[in-house]
Design a protein around this ligand. Structure first.
Ligand SMILES: [Zn+2]
Length: 98
């Protein structure tokens, strides 16, 4: 398996905070590569891994493909597994500034 990518920032859109872009980098918090959520989903399908790191506990959470949980919404997105601690949940990462 290739090296996993660390997600350091996200961009979301209304109304359900869908993740539309992520930035990956190497722990410094600086994003080196911009991915659309479609690119991340394709990479996950090809056995690449993406993870986040909690700033408070250094716990790692891996990311999986997911659909928006809001009823009636069919947007395809990505999410961390539910055991993620709150500050490494994708929804709580900083905003990417490109
Ligand atoms: Zn939605």
């Amino acid at each position: 398996m290739p090296d996993p990518y660390q997600i350091v920032c996200v961009n979301t859109e209304h109304p359900h905070r869908h993740i539309i872009r992520v930035g990956t980098g190497h722990g410094s918090g600086l994003a080196e590569r911009l991915w659309s959520v479609e690119e991340v989903r394709r990479a996950l399908d090809e056995n690449n891994a993406f993870f986040t790191v909690s700033p408070s506990t250094n716990r790692i959470a891996y990311v999986h493909v997911d659909d928006c949980p809001e009823p009636g919404c069919t947007v395809q997105t990505i999410q961390t597994y539910p055991d993620a601690v709150p500050d490494n949940n994708l929804d709580n990462l900083r905003e990417c500034n490109w």
